[in-house]
Design a protein around this ligand. Structure first.
Ligand SMILES: [Ca+2]
Ligand SMILES: [Ca+2]
Ligand SMILES: [Ca+2]
Length: 447
């Protein structure tokens, strides 16, 4: 609903993380057809941990053994997991990550939803986990800058299916998280950075797909109205849940629509991304800005030249109050052509980059560059090398680098937040079977 289901395009093997009972060898095969029409097959064999790695422990290791989980001798690192491109590669060379953490409880379905990072580099992560008796529950983790789990909370919020939707962000006083429960389409929980509850409120008149914290502690939510025909509704609340203002966009719509992303700049100006269904045309992107009292500043609705077929998936604001937006575009083909663009503060488009990979989240750093996370392109339904992909862009839209992370299961980057030193935190799903995100992961990467 909020995020595309990447798994629809995928048929992948079982999650191997933690599954070291096998032979330690995995095979992947792919076929290609060349111009002459003949078909060639390539079999890729990777050798992971050797079985002898599990038989040590009775004798002192003499030679460093990669894959035993202990960095020793010449090994810069050894994380004993099958993931390439995280903090440590399978050959025990350093990856671009500082650390990677997975949901601790094995065998349960967990999903990584969103991530935030504070001014000291602490990482706050939110996701959902399915537990017996309480259904889907939300979990919140706080990680120290070095990756140590400082605290974790799992909550059966309303006694039913509970789904976290968004972290509004974190400041010195509070962490704000929006959820969907079986009793409220929009519930907002406030916590101290130490994990103590500061209370919650619900709004029964809207669903909130995304929330953001303003410079005065105001909470901005965008989503769909339940009590009107408005296509996009954006509301501001004080920390007690009292309404400060509401802005609604009506438009000529076909009934499928809603805000999907929101960010606030240092002046309290609000930027909303949405999907707006247009009669006979399907979904189109929508971006609008409101000032700190909810007055409309500018609107790029489906009639605007910037609007694209598709939906906005993420928005972030840079230190110069420029606006970075990623959109999932829908041209009717199976080819991915997601779009990253940057607006000036007044809404004038500076440039646009079209990508052949999935773009699900964007985060802007203090130096003005931005990191986009998502996944490699699914090449139709013949995906053979599913992998997380992140790309960094400078302020002119030039790619600084592209990084990938892979394993013998599918990994998708869902959300990103850039910290004070440029290191960036990512919420990642590991997917082990058809459309079934199974393993929530969070990582911090070097700038
Ligand atoms: Ca080792
Ligand atoms: Ca690894
Ligand atoms: Ca629950």
């Amino acid at each position: 609903m909020l995020r595309r289901t990447l798994g629809l395009l995928l048929v992948v093997g079982p999650v191997a993380c933690g599954d070291d009972g096998g032979s330690g060898t995995s095979d992947g095969s792919s076929s290609t057809t060349d111009d002459s029409g003949s078909t060639s097959s390539t079999t890729i064999t990777t050798t992971g941990e050797s079985t002898s790695a599990m038989e040590t422990g009775t004798t002192e290791p003499i030679d460093a053994e990669c894959g035993d989980g202990v960095a020793e001798g010449p090994e810069p690192c050894d994380d004993a997991n099958p993931i390439e491109g995280d903090a440590c590669n399978s050959d025990c060379t350093q990856g671009p990550g500082r650390w990677l953490r997975t949901y601790e409880t094995a065998g349960v379905v967990s999903r990584a939803i969103d991530v935030a990072i504070d001014g000291a580099g602490n990482v706050f992560a939110v996701g959902s986990v399915i537990r017996e008796g309480t259904g889907e529950d939300i979990f919140i983790h706080r990680y120290a800058p070095d990756g140590e789990l400082v605290w974790d909370v799992v909550s059966d919020l309303a006694g039913g299916e509970d789904l976290p939707l968004s972290i509004a962000g974190v400041n010195d006083q509070e962490l704000v998280i929006a959820s969907l429960t079986n009793t409220a389409f929009f519930r907002l929980d406030r916590l101290t950075p130490d994990g103590q509850s500061l209370g919650n409120f619900s709004d029964s008149t809207m669903t909130a797909a995304a929330v953001a914290l303003g410079p005065s502690g105001e909470i901005i939510a965008t989503g769909s109205a339940l009590n009107s025909q408005a296509a996009v509704v954006t509301r501001a609340y004080d920390s007690d849940g009292n309404s400060l203002w509401a802005a609604e966009y009506a438009g000529e719509t076909d009934g499928t629509q809603g805000g999907t992303a929101v960010a606030v700049d240092t002046n309290g100006n609000v930027y909303v991304g949405a999907e707006v269904g247009v009669i006979m045309m399907g979904l189109n992107t929508f971006v609008a800005s409101y000032d700190s009292s909810g007055q409309e500043r500018w609107v790029h609705d489906p009639s605007h030249e910037d609007s694209l077929p598709g939906r906005i998936t993420s928005i972030d604001v840079g230190s110069g109050n420029d606006i970075w937006v990623v959109a999932e575009t829908a041209d009717g083909s199976t080819q991915v052509d997601d779009v990253l663009f940057r607006y000036g503060p007044g809404g004038a488009k500076r440039w646009q980059v079209t990508a052949d990979n999935f773009m699900l989240g964007v985060g802007v750093g203090e130096d003005g560059s931005a990191v986009v996370v998502g996944a490699q392109s699914a090449d139709g339904f013949g995906l053979t090398s599913a992998a997380y992909r992140s790309r960094k862009f400078d302020t002119d839209g030039n790619e600084v680098w592209a990084r990938e992370m892979s394993a013998d299961f599918f990994i998708s980057g869902n959300a990103v937040a850039v910290g004070p030193d440029g290191a960036y935190a990512v919420a990642l799903d590991g997917i082990d079977e058809f459309d079934d995100p199974a393993l929530a992961m969070f990582a911090l990467f070097e700038p």
